[in-house]
Structures are given as structure tokens and as C-alpha cells.
Design a protein around this ligand. Structure first.
Ligand code: UT7
Length: 329
């Protein structure tokens, strides 16, 4: 089914404070050399007192400004996150309140790092049903609130940030780009490869309990790495094939910013030359659901994505979940 979905504006926001590899050397048994050679990450932005909704709000304002729309023009707010301000209410309802609007649809998406791409597909479905929709899709994460700072295998990887996009159907106005297609997938059999085991109904909090390490991110890194490369490459080929494209047609590849070695391996598997592969993981680390919209917004802002470019987005995360999107600017 062909649906006209336009990207009217993109925006991103990261907290001011930077946590460097050298700062981490003082917290855990690690080294700048290990982190840069294994992940490509040098710095990540981390919050001091801002919340997920604070970052989402700033990114949303920028996306709305680029779109030339007021918050009240929106019909739906979708926030992808697993680090919302509170378990209840949703981050999207809190964001709506912060934007000073009401009586819009609001929902959060739980698909970990793939959440923004899942959000794009959800927005496409809303637009197919209601072509007049104006939808804000946000990925916002405070990963540092769920990091075990004693676990060197995970705490060096993550950062905080938010990115947002405003999507509409055909409205006769000027647009940034077109969202041509999205494909999403998941495999629950590998759910414990990347998980926060505690804090849900399977392992609830009890009043007075100590907070153990089961309430923070745990990951079997090597296993996740393998699946990430394989699934991002195959779902990318799938979305391209649906439109008769091959990887030669791609002008810019925007992969989930988890690890430079994963980014390079996906580019290589797709035979997309390194100069067409966008990466900012060295400055932001892995910001989960915020990674793709931050990368898209920044790539557009600095001219790495130009008018006429065919952009392939691909993502991977806990669940396990993965997906790809095809954009035409
Ligand atoms: O957002 C999507 C989800 N996340 C990802 O996509 C991440 C996927 N996985 C990865 O990016 C990589 O697997 C990591 C970066 C997490 C780890 O890299 P690796 O090359 O797979 O390392 P490893 O886990 O196999 O560990 C190698 C060694 C171990 O030591 P021994 O057992 O060989 O002596 C670890 O203990 O490196 C050690 N190590 C560290 N050393 C210094 C693990 N973390 C650190 C650290 N500093 N921070």
C-alpha cells in the first residue's frame, strides 16, 4: 500500500554535560584505548537534572519550528523510550502537557533502540487511516538512569539525548522529505540478551527492598553484536527490494549508533562505501531510541543528507527488535 507520508521537520537535543572516556577511567576499570578501539565512542552527553520529557520537549520544539507548525496543530504524539520520567503516566502524555496542548492522541512505544523506527511505522498507519494527521514522533532516553555504573561492559556505551520528527500526509505544503517505507521485526526468544530484569511484574519492587543490579541494563554484548549486524543488513535489503532499489541506489546509510564496529560491519555487509555511512557515535554513544532521530536531524543540519538523497535507516535493539526505513529527501 502506497501512503504519502512527509517529513516536515527534524530536531534533536542533548544535555550539555559531557562524560568522556577519561572520566569513565576514574569510575570503572576501563581505558580510553579499550573504549575507542572496541566501540568508537569517545564522549557521551549525560543529564544532570533533566528528565526524558525535558529532552523530548527541546527536540520537539526544534522539529516543530523546522516544520513551521505550532504544537497545537499536532494530532498525535508518539514517544519511543524505555526511560520515561515515570512508569505511569506515559512520557507522551507528560510531553503533551509540557507543550501546552490537550485532546490529542498520545502513546509511548516500547521497542528499545528500535522504538523510533517503530514510531515511524505507527505514524504511517495513523496517516493511512487519517490522512490529515500531523504526528510528532520522538525518541528520548535517559540511559544513564538505567546504567549500572559498576558494570564496565555496559556503562561505557550509553548516553542521553532526544530526537524528534513531525510527519504529515499530503497537505500541499513544503516538506523536508518523504518517508517511503518502513519494515519492522522482532524475536522474543533472545529477550534476555539485553534486558532490565527487575522493576516489572515479573520481579516487582517491594517497599524497603535494596535496589540490586537486576534493576539496571544487562547485556550479552557479543551475542547482541552478531544479531545486530545480521538483522540490520537483511531488513535493509528487504525494504530496498520492496521499491526495486539495491544498495547502490542508497546515498546515505543512517544506522543505529550503538558501536562504530557494528556501523562499519553493517555498511560492509550491504556493500555501502564508508563515506556514505553516517556516524556520530563517537560524540553521543548509544542513545537507544534517540539515536536514529538525533543522527537524521544532525546529518540534515550539517549537510550530510542533501536534497534528492535516498536515505536508508536501520536499527536494532532490546527485545530483540529491529527495523529499517527508507526516506527520500
Ligand atoms: O543498542 C543495541 C544494543 N547494543 C549493542 O548493539 C552493543 C553490542 N555489543 C557490542 O557493542 C560489543 O559486544 C561490546 C562493545 C559491548 C563489547 O565488545 P566485545 O569486543 O564484544 O568485547 P567482549 O564483551 O568480548 O569483552 C572482551 C574483553 C573481556 O575481557 P576478557 O574476558 O577477554 O579478559 C571483558 O571483560 O574486554 C573486557 N571488557 C572491558 N575492558 C575494559 C569489557 N568491557 C570493558 C571495558 N573496559 N569497558
Amino acid at each position: 500500500m502506497s501512503i504519502n507520508v512527509h517529513i516536515k521537520g527534524l530536531g534533536h537535543h542533548v544535555p550539555e554535560k559531557i562524560l568522556s572516556n577519561q572520566d569513565l577511567e576514574k569510575i570503572v576499570d576501563t581505558s580510553d584505548e579499550w573504549i575507542t578501539s572496541r566501540t568508537g565512542i569517545s564522549n557521551r552527553h549525560i543529564v544532570e537534572d533533566e528528565t526524558c520529557v525535558d529532552l523530548a520537549y527541546e527536540a520537539s520544539l526544534k522539529a516543530l519550528k523546522k516544520a513551521g507548525l505550532e504544537a497545537d496543530d499536532l494530532t498525535h504524539i508518539i514517544v519511543a523510550t524505555f526511560t520515561g520520567d515515570r512508569p505511569l503516566p506515559s512520557a507522551s502524555c507528560l510531553l503533551m502537557e509540557r507543550l501546552g496542548i490537550k485532546q490529542k492522541a498520545a502513546m509511548d512505544i516500547a521497542a528499545a533502540c528500535s522504538g523510533f523506527v517503530y514510531g515511524l511505522e505507527t505514524a504511517r498507519a495513523f496517516i493511512a487511516l487519517h490522512p490529515e494527521s500531523k504526528i510528532l514522533v520522538v525518541g528520548s532516553e535517559i540511559l544513564t538512569s538505567r546504567v549500572n555504573w559498576k558494570d564496565r561492559s555496559t556503562c561505557v556505551l550509553f548516553g542521553d539525548g532526544a530526537g524528534a520528527a513531525v510527519l504529515t500526509g499530503d497537505d500541499g505544503a513544503e516538506h523536508d522529505g518523504k518517508l517511503l517505507d518502513v519494515v519492522i521485526s522482532a524475536d522474543g526468544a533472545l529477550s534476555m540478551a539485553l534486558a532490565i530484569k527487575g522493576g516489572g511484574s515479573a520481579l516487582p519492587y517491594h517497599l524497603g527492598d535494596n535496589v540490586g543490579e537486576e534493576y539496571f541494563i544487562e547485556m550479552r554484548g557479543r551475542e547482541v553484536f552478531k544479531h545486530a549486524v545480521r538483522n540490520m543488513a537483511s531488513i535493509s535489503k528487504e525494504v530496498l527490494a520492496r521499491h526495486g532499489y539495491t544498495t547502490d541506489d542508497v546515498d546515505v546509510l543512517v544506522p543505529h549508533q550503538a558501536n562504530q564496529r557494528i556501523i562499519e560491519a553493517v555498511g560492509k555487509k550491504l556493500s555501502i562505501p564508508v563515506e556514505k555511512v553516517f556516524s556520530n557515535v563517537s560524540r553521543f554513544g548509544n542513545t537507544s531510541a534517540a539515536s536514529i532521530p538525533i543522527a537524521l536531524s544532525e546529518a540534515k543540519e550539517i549537510g550530510a543528507i542533501k536534497e534528492g538523497d535516498l536515505v536508508l535507516v536501520t536499527t536494532f535493539g532490546g527485545g530483540l527488535t529491529w527495523g529499517s526505513a527508507l526516506l527520500q529527501f
